[in-house]
Design a protein around this ligand. Structure first.
Ligand code: PLP
Length: 408
């Protein structure tokens, strides 16, 4: 894109007052939730400009979550590729093992400020549920996490972690018994208990103000990365790469670089087994405009608009729709999208572990797959920053099983 086109994108003018990023975003909820969303929007609008709130948040992000995270030069991975330098933004080093704690802590603080003593959340693999349970334990808030019955079986350890930290985990038996159904149940709970309860949504998705608020709570990733790369290399990077489920870790890294036209940004979706129906979660490779769970955006659907089944080796990327801000910037050519297949991810999961002594989350590994391709294609004086959104300890059992299946 031309630099004037990039310069004319004012990232801070979005979304509009009703939460629209161009044609994407907005508010699509039952009338009973409108008041809650308006109340949340108003409370967040005050909090985000309140130095006391921001100072308190900074304090907890440092002392409880472990910020700032390192920007780590992946020397052996870089050498292996033979091209551009690869830096890893180490969100995997945060408390509870992924970037999700940034948002969970911040929303828990906001809930406390709003006088809400009961927190609900949805979770797929359990990462957001664990982060929310930790934040609620810390602030003495009641915590109820909705989780599909199928996910509870696959992620039994995370269920136990949440319960250890005092959360109630509610089994959801509807439909496919996974994330989408868990979100439906959380919204049903919110409608019923809206006066006492705040809903901590786990990604840059849903109705306004969630996509914007969750993005803002992850902006610290990009702000730190910017300072760190300037200190280390004396200049900004050439490329940024992050995996995209709902889109929170990616927009958190990208946001403070959006107005630097020379920096290429790529979101990496789950390519699964390939791009056949039901085999992947690459919304930008086969999806189209629709409305799902409060949000107008790109999603995988059949000819009648029914949401399609999705598949990914990583539970955190396995969702049929993508955050509205990503759809907006993709239309404008500012953020590009790629996908990585399950097989590529399994291979790179092992490569990163072996070369760097860092076991990445399967989600984050999608970003690494693309980064390796780019590093190989670029000369040695170029710089790539990859968001290592989480650690892979949660995934080792699954990978062991998958590799066993492959090799037997
Ligand atoms: C949940 C999760 C993701 C995907 O969520 P985004 O909102 O797209 O960031 C990515 N990486 C890890 C480690 C996760 O836990």
């Amino acid at each position: 894109m031309s630099s004037s086109a990039a310069a004319s994108l004012d990232r801070l003018s979005l979304p509009d007052a009703a939460g629209h990023f161009g044609i994407y975003g907005g508010v699509f909820v039952p009338e009973t939730l409108m008041t809650a969303l308006q109340e949340l929007t108003a409370a967040y609008d005050v909090a985000r400009q309140d130095p006391v709130f921001l100072q308190e948040l900074r304090h907890h992000l440092k002392e409880f979550a472990g910020r700032p995270t390192e920007l780590y030069f992946a020397e052996r991975l870089t050498h292996h590729c033979g091209g551009a330098k690869i830096y890893l933004k180490r969100e995997d080093l945060l408390h509870t093992g992924a970037h999700k704690i940034n948002n969970a802590l911040a929303q828990a603080l906001l809930a406390r400020r709003m006088g809400k003593k009961r927190i609900i959340a949805e979770t797929g693999a359990g990462q957001h549920g664990v982060a929310t349970a930790a934040a609620c334990a810390k602030f003495g808030l009641e915590c109820v996490v909705y989780m599909g019955a199928h996910d509870m079986e696959r992620q039994a350890l995370n269920v136990f972690r949440m319960r250890l930290m005092g959360a109630e985990v509610c089994r959801v038996e509807a439909g496919q018994k996974t994330l989408k159904e868990a979100i439906n149940e959380a919204m049903r709970d919110w409608v019923t208990n809206v006066r006492s309860t705040h809903y901590i949504l786990g990604t840059a998705y849903g109705s306004h103000p969630y996509p914007t608020m969750v993005r803002d709570f992850h902006r610290v990733i990009g702000q730190e990365a910017r300072e760190q790369i300037l200190a280390r290399e004396g200049r900004l990077p050439d490329e940024l790469i992050a995996c995209v489920g709902g889109g929170s870790n990616a927009i958190g890294l990208f946001f403070d670089f959006l107005e630097e036209p020379a920096i290429r940004m790529t979101g990496v979706e789950a390519g699964g087994h390939g791009l056949g129906r039901g085999e992947h979660a690459a919304r930008f490779a086969g999806g189209r405009l629709g409305v799902l769970q409060g949000c107008k955006t790109f999603m995988l659907q059949d000819a009648e608009g029914q949401i399609e089944l999705t598949h990914s080796v990583s539970a955190g990327l396995d969702y049929a729709a993508v955050g509205p801000e990503h759809a907006f910037y993709r239309d404008r050519g500012r953020i590009e999208f790629a996908h990585a297949s399950d097989d590529e991810v399994l291979e790179t999961f092992q490569l990163c572990s072996r070369l760097e002594g860092i076991i990445p989350a399967l989600e984050s590994t999608h970003a690494l797959v693309h980064a390796i391709k780019r590093a190989k294609a670029l000369p040695k004086d170029k710089i790539i920053i990859v968001n290592l959104s989480g650690r892979g300890d949660k995934d080792v059992e699954q990978v062991a099983r998958l590799l066993g299946e492959k090799h037997s």
